[in-house]
Design a protein around this ligand. Structure first.
Ligand SMILES: Nc1ncnc2c1ncn2[C@@H]1O[C@H](COP(=O)(O)OP(=O)(O)OP(=O)(O)O)[C@@H](O)[C@H]1O
Length: 218
């Protein structure tokens, strides 16, 4: 089953009865939802309910055992760079270079996806400012606190121009003020047309999101 016509054009992420099993263990129960352009979805549920598994599927790191998941109309995990360009994810770990400053790494990622142009570099520095990282840009990753490192990981994801942003517990290590700031940044990204799929236990982020997908055990 898939959406058609105008709805299909606006649908960015669609799962239909998607489940994940590993031998006799269920990682994700059958799950159905459709997220449109400009929507921010929070995926909620207790520990072990399958939130990260769903996000791994959407990021192309796991496959549904049954059912389907499509991002931008195509199965995920595509090797096509033009498809991958549109999907920015912070799921599991994001590699960081220990011997490059934040500024160098952020600039490199921005240039990779948006071109090695002054405008792309300026956008990257502006994003770092929004995330309150400006004073840390000439440090190395090991010189950051846990929360500062989380903000840096967020910058590496949000500097990408993707239409679909997939985030697993972006609130990790952040104090309430930085979570609120992050909520504002993500809301702005949605207003610009992005679709965000976010697993979270944080009430500020969950309440700021437009839609909610609750995963349950039973
Ligand atoms: N490699 C694996 N092998 C077997 N079971 C797994 C594996 N990975 C995850 N699981 C199980 O799948 C279920 C869903 O895990 P998942 O990490 O998706 O949950 P979650 O909702 O993200 O939890 P949390 O809120 O704790 O992060 C859990 O019961 C977990 O024990």
């Amino acid at each position: 089953m898939s959406l058609s016509g105008h709805a299909a054009e606006r649908t960015r992420v669609e799962c239909v009865e998607a489940s994940v099993r590993l031998l006799d263990t269920t990682l994700l129960r059958p799950t159905t939802f459709a997220a449109s352009a400009g929507e921010w979805w929070s995926v909620t549920g207790p520990n072990g309910s399958g939130k990260s598994t769903l996000l791994r599927v959407l990021a192309g790191r796991a496959s549904p055992s049954e059912g389907t998941c499509r991002v931008l109309g195509r199965p995920v995990g595509s090797s096509d760079p033009s498809h991958r360009r549109e999907i920015a994810s912070l799921v599991d770990s994001v590699p960081v270079a220990s011997d490059m400053t934040l500024r160098e790494q952020l600039g490199m990622v921005a240039a990779s996806w948006s071109g090695n142009t002054p405008a792309a570099a300026e956008d990257a520095v502006r994003l770092a400012g929004e995330l309150r990282l400006t004073h840390l840009l000439d440090r190395f990753p090991h010189e950051l606190s846990s929360g500062q490192l989380q903000l840096f990981l967020m910058s590496l994801v949000l500097v990408r121009p993707g239409q679909v942003v997939i985030l697993d517990e972006p609130e990790r290590h952040l104090d309430s003020d930085h979570v609120k700031n992050l909520a504002d940044i993500l809301q702005q990204r949605c207003r610009q047309g992005a679709t965000i799929i976010m697993a979270s236990h944080d009430s500020t982020l969950i309440d700021t999101a437009d839609r909610r997908l609750e995963l349950n055990y039973g």
